[in-house]
Design a binder for this molecule. Structure first.
Ligand code: ADP
Ligand code: MG
Length: 402
């Protein structure tokens, strides 16, 4: 199949060509016609398989071919982090380079001037808003956001947007939108309780499910059993002397991310940290440096685990086992994007074995446990220690501020 088969507006095809996409990915093949036909949709496909273009292209087509092209918001795309909102806006601008569609990313943390710029764009007719929920609500509360002509609502990272942390904001935003609209949900994971809830805000949706909750095909996954006090030495061992231009290390909390940055700086590594205690400008700058390979190692909370597309991250390290099994899929999905390959290594301490087996259950396969290098000593055993299987009830913590 080719992009031309979708019969998109020529100006969009020009955009696709100039970006250099040759063939649609599987999720694009399935989702684009579905969206063009006007249905609501829940689309799940692995990380890095082109979900952004799968909704942006038909959305641009829909806007360009509307009879009435007066200003006002036609589409609202909601994403969980500022960085992702910006990234989506950049992709959209690329595709619409030859087409007159205006867009603005609306996200928190910037200066008062930024807020004024957003306000002006909203008032003077940006057709596509890409927003984080909190910031959008601030604008809505100020009274000038007019959704009367809105046709599309898209939740990117939809299961995150509908989990406990964001759900109240999303429901509030939806209460301001016209009922007669097309709603599209995209994610790589979709826990069944959230899928059931999602159907309440969708109108008779179709579903596309391509390898839900499976890490991208080309991620080589492995794990080490390690005590916390062995982990720094293990990071050092994994990184030093190797040809690894970009390494992303996830840790659970802001405090642990800052600690780890300090420890790795002490080892003279080229490292920086990203977490929500940084000013927005700093977050932007750190991510820019990491993208440009001025920084080799980025230590991060889950603020970059969802959606962020960075070329050629060769190694992802989970310094701890993520609490939510879904987070594992998203974290390791920062590598091996768009048919590339990558390695993801998880450190499991003696208390995290059960969480790790939950991840293995979710992804439907066992992840290989490697022996620690001898100089690091013996790690704990991988042993679930539960002859009487207890049912494990998974908590899904809502969280916005990593
Ligand atoms: P997802 O949202 O599924 O994680 P993205 O939309 O971020 O994935 O896309 C991942 C990467 O793949 C991006 O760098 C994007 O430019 C690239 N990509 C998307 N679609 C195609 C395509 N049809 N051909 C080539 N590259 C593509
Ligand atoms: Mg995405």
């Amino acid at each position: 199949m080719n992009f031309s088969d979708f019969k998109l507006d020529d100006r969009i095809n020009q955009g696709i060509e100039s970006i250099g996409f040759e063939k649609p990915t599987p999720v694009q093949e399935l989702a684009i016609p579905e969206i063009l036909s006007g249905n609501d949709l829940i689309a799940c496909a692995q990380t890095g398989t082109g979900k952004t273009a799968a909704y942006v292209l038909p959305l641009l087509h829909g806007i360009l071919t509307q009879k009435e092209r007066s200003g006002n918001i036609k589409a609202l795309i909601i994403a969980p982090t500022r960085e992702l909102a910006v990234q989506i806006d950049q992709q959209l601008e690329g595709f619409s380079y030859f087409a007159p569609v205006s867009s603005i990313a609306v996200y928190g943390g910037g200066s008062g001037t930024d807020f004024e710029v957003e306000k002006k764009a909203i008032k003077t007719g940006a057709e596509v808003l890409i927003a984080t929920p909190g910031r959008l609500i601030s604008h809505i509360n100020s009274g000038y956001v007019n959704f009367d002509r809105l046709k599309y609502l898209i939740l990117d990272e939809a299961d995150r947007m509908l989990d406990m942390g964001f759900q109240p904001d999303i429901l509030k935003i939806i209460s301001f939108l016209p009922k007669n609209r097309q709603t599209l949900l995209f994610s790589a994971t979709m826990p069944s309780d959230i899928r059931a809830f999602a159907k309440k805000i969708l109108n008779n949706p179709n579903e596309i499910n391509l390898a839900v909750s499976k890490p991208a095909e080309n991620v080589l996954q492995a794990a080490y059993m390690a005590y916390d006090n062995q982990k720094i030495a293990l990071v050092k061992k994994l990184i030093t002397g190797k040809e690894l231009p970009s390494v992303l290390i996830f840790s659970a909390t802001k405090a642990s991310v800052k600690d780890l940055e300090r420890e790795l700086l002490r080892l003279k590594m080229n490292v920086k940290a990203i977490h929500s205690d940084l000013e927005q400008e700093q977050r932007k700058e750190v991510l820019r440096q990491f993208r440009n390979r001025e920084i080799q190692v980025l230590v991060a909370t889950d603020i970059v685990s969802r959606g962020i597309d960075i070329d050629d991250i060769s190694l992802v390290i989970n310094y701890n086992v993520p609490q939510d099994a879904e987070d594992y899929v998203h974290r390791v999905g920062r590598t091996a994007r768009a048919d590339k390959t990558g390695v993801a290594i998880t450190f499991i301490n003696q208390k995290e074995v059960r969480n790790f087996t939950n991840i293995e259950k979710l992804i439907g396969s066992e992840i290989r446990k490697l022996p620690l290098p001898p100089e690091i000593g013996e790690g704990p055993d991988f042993n679930t220690r539960s002859p009487h299987k207890r049912r494990f009830v998974k908590r899904r913590p809502g969280r916005k501020g990593n």
